[in-house]
Design a protein around this ligand. Structure first.
Ligand SMILES: *[C@@H]1O[C@H](CO)[C@@H](O)[C@H](O)[C@H]1NC(C)=O
Ligand SMILES: *[C@@H]1O[C@H](CO)[C@@H](O)[C@H](O)[C@H]1NC(C)=O
Ligand SMILES: *[C@@H]1O[C@H](CO)[C@@H](O)[C@H](O)[C@H]1NC(C)=O
Ligand SMILES: *[C@@H]1O[C@H](CO)[C@@H](O)[C@H](O)[C@H]1NC(C)=O
Ligand SMILES: *[C@@H]1O[C@H](CO)[C@@H](O)[C@H](O)[C@H]1NC(C)=O
Ligand SMILES: *[C@@H]1O[C@H](CO)[C@@H](O)[C@H](O)[C@H]1NC(C)=O
Length: 240
């Protein structure tokens, strides 16, 4: 795959959230090694647990048989237990989903060779691991905004309205899939605007809704004059 995105160009903090901007076109890949969450050493118990977890659960993917698959698992004993979550975009074909998660597991430990916690987003899936339980916890850090620039003068209001209208459908998606996709016409021209909103389905409806509201605000704030924009949080992907 690897279409490596152009390097991150700017970072700053937004309330307590670190938002990093990147410019990329799909297929993209963005990752974050969380340096402040602790490091492990080669062949430590945590390292072994993590490798076992990633190779047994996420590299096989034989149980990925639907759209928007979500997997959550852990391996080992405290204090060296490893936890991981994998999520595919709601419209990713099962084959693409499997391949994307396999690629993620192979790559993420190479991209982040000693961090206990790390996350990678592709446009079709995301993978995240940690030495703490990450299931069911809303997190908007780390966060990335990805712009797709192409001579566009975007109708940010229409972007926002579109994703807002998708959010309630995504939230109501249930405990297996919190995803919605849709399109609408921009108000001021004849362009069609496409959007998706998705949370990891382990989030409660309330947390998913909060997360998407934060995401929609991010779109409004940062996605001007672009052709497309993705807002990525540890528990959410939304784009238009
Ligand atoms: C994860 O690792 C960090 C750094 O080694 C440690 O401070 C933290 O307590 C660990 N978390 C858990 C839940 O074991
Ligand atoms: C973990 O390692 C990275 C370099 O690989 C370093 O930048 C970071 O400060 C380390 N974090 C801790 C908590 O020691
Ligand atoms: C970790 O284990 C592998 C395989 O047993 C070995 O090749 C490697 O040298 C070890 N690394 C360290 C730092 O001990
Ligand atoms: C992967 O899935 C296949 C088919 O279900 C199964 O036979 C195989 O044992 C699995 N491999 C691992 C490493 O889990
Ligand atoms: C996974 O990696 C392979 C080999 O680099 C590539 O051909 C494939 O497109 C990748 N899959 C996804 C979903 O990115
Ligand atoms: C983008 O703008 C440049 C300069 O105005 C122009 O040369 C180019 O053809 C445009 N590309 C597209 C895809 O519209």
């Amino acid at each position: 795959m690897p279409m490596v995105p152009k390097r991150l160009i700017l970072s700053f903090s937004l309330t307590l959230i670190v938002v990093t901007h990147a410019i990329a076109q799909p297929p993209f890949r963005i990752h974050s090694c969380l340096d402040d969450k602790g490091n492990y050493t080669a062949n430590s118990t945590y390292h072994t647990n993590l490798n076992t977890l990633l190779s047994s659960v996420f590299s096989n993917g034989s149980d990925i048989d639907g759209y928007g698959a979500f997997q959550s698992s852990s391996h080992g004993r405290n204090p060296d237990k490893a936890y991981a979550i994998g999520l595919c975009r709601g419209h990713a074909e099962p084959d693409v989903c499997r391949s994307c998660l396999t690629n993620s597991t192979n790559l993420l430990t190479k991209l982040c060779p000693n961090q206990k916690e790390a996350i990678v987003w592709y446009d079709q899936c995301m993978l995240r691991y940690s030495n703490r339980s990450i299931y069911g916890i809303k997190e908007t850090n780390p966060a990335f905004i990805i712009w797709i620039t192409q001579n566009a003068s975007s109708d940010v209001d229409a972007f926002q309205r579109n994703v807002q209208s998708l959010s309630s459908r995504a939230v109501a998606g249930g405990s297996f899939r919190k995803f919605a996709a849709g399109s609408r016409n921009a108000a001021n021209n004849f362009q069609t605007i496409y959007g998706i909103a998705q949370c990891t389905p382990d989030l409660s409806d309330v947390d998913c809704n909060d997360c998407l509201i934060t995401g929609v605000n991010g779109l409004t704030q940062y996605c001007k004059a672009v052709k497309g924009c993705y807002v990525l949080y540890a528990k959410l992907q939304s784009c238009l």
